[in-house]
Design a protein around this ligand. Sequence first.
Ligand SMILES: [Zn+2]
Length: 244
Amino acid sequence: MPSSPLKLLCVTAHPDDECFAFGGALALAAEAGIETHVICFTDGQAATNRGAATSAAELGAMRRAEFVDSCNILGVTHHELLDYQDAQLEFANFSAAAAKLVERIRRFRPDVILTFGGDGGMNTHPDHIMVSAFTTAAFHWAGQKKRFPALGPIHTTQRLYYVTTSFFFPDRPACLPAPWTVTLDITGVRQRKFDAFRAHTSQLPLMDKFESFFEKHGDTEHYTLAASPQSQPATQATSLFAGL
Ligand SMILES: [Zn+2]
């Protein structure tokens, strides 16, 4: 291990994205002693499944607590839930949203950043597409001294990865996924990923609906290397950190 631990930043849109989309990668990183930071943009007030909540604000508060529980189960080192409106990210001020990430990237100084791809993930959610765009801009801008000079010393993150998929849910519009360059074997942390999802008690109907697909396809997570300081051909890897 290097003297200073490697750091992973994961940027999401809703409570449950951290386990549903990235849970295996986050749990594997935690087990390897890598410092992890999850930034989630919204508290998920617009969710279809609302548990016992009687108002949007109540659901938001419930989901904030569920997010904390899920991050703890996954072994996430730092987590932060921003106060953007669920289902409204496409109308957010782009530059201001990216600047929030630039400031955090320059402060946390990650080696690796994970987020959604431009497809918006398995459910093609517009908030996921916007988080992908904000994070992609922030990944590049954090390393450029002309961008947001007041937001701290520049930092070049070594790798930007998008989550992608090797399967589709039936009876749902399929996303248009990027080809993967990393296949993570998450069998060792699969149970933790499921336990983290079960911490989202307001969203359990979703888990019941999709559990059989995760039983079948849940041994791996796939990611696409989207950017790094090296010019290189695409290659296949089994770790997000190989060579770092
Ligand atoms: Zn989501």
